[in-house]
Design a protein around this ligand. Structure first.
Ligand SMILES: Cc1ncc(COP(=O)(O)O)c(C=O)c1O
Length: 487
């Protein structure tokens, strides 16, 4: 039998994996040398040519050949977030220790939809949820949660919990299953600021609330949800007979890293008895840092919180987490499924996580998180956050001191928004083109966004090991591309 058909698990699995891992690591090394930068030069055409063979040939090539070839092509053609020039998105370079732990999860293929597929996975996820509950300020004996595929799933699930809570309060518990009575007046509404992540509106759509159920609360001059305006919007909705099901605050907006005033929002949500969800997908990791953590004061008063550890947490995708202050909030999601979680098993102490997620089969992504937490501790993770924040401050200082650049505002977390100032041509065009030139040349992956109707560029600094010299070199590359595009 060839190694191609051997399994990764069991007592022989590690022996079969070892030579394959050596091949995979060699492919990573060779592909990285071949790429020679943060992404491949030549754009989509060049990447297409890396995969010329048939994907599903009639006869297989064998494990070694296939792995060496495809993995090397994949590496050559990838954008590597560990490269100091790959700074467009919340696309974190994962820690080696987390990737090694993830391999173990892959080998055992534990699935969290039943205890008998994931005894240790179930336990580890529960421990990770407890640790993160304490981090946000919840009582870990009362709170609950689950590891998710990311902020999108966490926001969807948080909004689902909020909707079920609001519907039960307004129309009685039976309405959660049978729907809102047809004679009911008013509309279910979700409140957030215009800077909230697009997944909030999509979640509202997915939940059948209609994306236009979203009410945008105005922001203040720092782009934070205006707490006074929130109070006014909530009163207006109640006068109209609409039912606000949730206020979604953001702790770390995708572009600016802005953190809403969580304590003030919590006060108003409590006054109006409205569910508060905090999308801390990006900013949640700041809680590891003594320096930045206070920005999120009040997060523990939210009913639910989304945190992504594949952003400020240095985990390989996926490592989202949804937490709820009270475990009872998950009651509407509980399902009793004969083949997965019979009641007598649970009574006998075999815990089921089925009701914590909208998914059924679910990877034990908590394993890599638990290994990372134990390896670095809160302080170690906080230092990584602080290092990335320092880099953002350094980049901002360079932009502020350079007449050929404009800084949008001081960084809050680890993003920096700026633009090149061309002397002659249109700024939007030059900035858009210089970014694409850097991308096509394989020199840098810089973010592009739009603010106040204009094109701005973005550095999302997530590699804690990047040095100030490397950041200055990246900015020099941007400047040189800007000069070329201005001619
Ligand atoms: C603030 C915020 N919320 C939610 C998300 C969605 O997270 P994911 O891509 O992990 O689903 C993002 C992604 O960047 C984000 O920045």
């Amino acid at each position: 039998m060839t190694i191609s058909t051997q399994l990764a698990g069991g007592s022989s699995g590690p022996g079969f994996l070892r030579p394959l891992l050596a091949t995979a690591l060699e492919a990573l090394e060779k592909g990285t040398v071949e790429r020679d930068g943060p992404l491949p030069a030549g754009g989509p055409g060049a990447v297409r040519s890396l995969f010329s063979g048939e994907v599903l040939p009639a006869e297989g090539q064998g494990a070694e050949t296939a792995l060496a070839g495809v993995a090397q092509g994949f590496t050559t053609g990838a954008a590597d977030p560990a490269d100091p020039g790959c700074v467009a998105h919340l696309h974190t370079p994962p820690l080696a220790v987390a990737v090694a732990a993830d391999l173990v999860a892959g080998v055992l293929n534990s699935s969290l939809d039943s205890w008998d597929q994931a005894p240790s996975g179930t336990q580890i996820e529960s421990e990770v949820v407890r640790a993160l509950s304490s981090l946000v300020g919840y009582d870990p004996d009362v709170a609950s949660g689950a590891v998710t595929s990311g902020g999108t799933e966490s926001n969807l699930t948080g909004l689902l919990l909020a909707r079920e809570h609001a519907v039960a309060r307004a129309f009685g518990a039976q309405a959660v299953a049978s729907g809102i009575p047809p004679e009911a007046h008013g509309r279910l509404r979700v409140l957030c600021s215009a800077t909230s992540h697009f997944s909030v509106a999509r979640s509202a759509g997915v939940l059948g609330l209609g994306e236009d159920c979203i009410v945008h609360v105005p922001v203040d001059d720092q782009q934070r949800m205006d707490a006074n305006a929130l109070r006014v919007v909530l009163s207006d909705l109640s006068d109209r007979g609409d039912i606000p099901i949730a206020v979604i605050a953001t702790a770390g907006t995708t572009d600016l890293g802005t953190v809403d005033a969580l304590s003030d929002i919590a006060d108003i949500a409590a006054e109006h008895e409205v569910w508060m969800h905090v999308d801390a997908a990006y900013g949640g990791g700041a809680l590891f840092s003594e320096r930045l953590g206070p920005l999120l004061d009040g997060i523990g008063r939210a009913d639910s919180v989304a945190i992504d550890l594949h952003k400020l947490g240095w985990q390989p995708v996926a490592a989202g987490v949804l937490l709820a202050r009270r475990a009872a909030a998950f009651d509407p999601m509980e399902r009793r499924v004969a083949y997965l979680n019979t009641e007598d098993d649970e009574v006998a102490g075999f815990q089921s996580l089925l009701g914590r997620s909208l998914r059924t089969t679910r990877r034990p992504d908590a394993l890599k998180i638990a290994v990372t937490f134990r390896a670095l501790g809160r302080r170690g993770l906080g230092e990584l956050v602080d290092q990335c924040h320092e880099q953002a401050l350094h980049a901002a200082a360079v932009f502020r001191d350079s007449p050929d650049f404009e800084l949008y505002q001081d960084p809050v977390l680890t993003t920096v928004i700026f633009r090149y100032r061309p002397e002659s041509r249109d700024s939007d065009q030059v900035n858009a083109e210089l970014r694409r030139t850097l991308l096509t040349e394989g020199r840098a992956v810089v973010g592009r966004t739009e603010l106040d109707g204009s094109v701005w560029l973005k550095l999302t600094l997530l590699n804690p090991h990047t040095t100030p010299v490397e950041i200055s070199a990246l900015i020099d590359d941007v400047r040189a591309a800007g000069e070329r595009e201005s001619r």
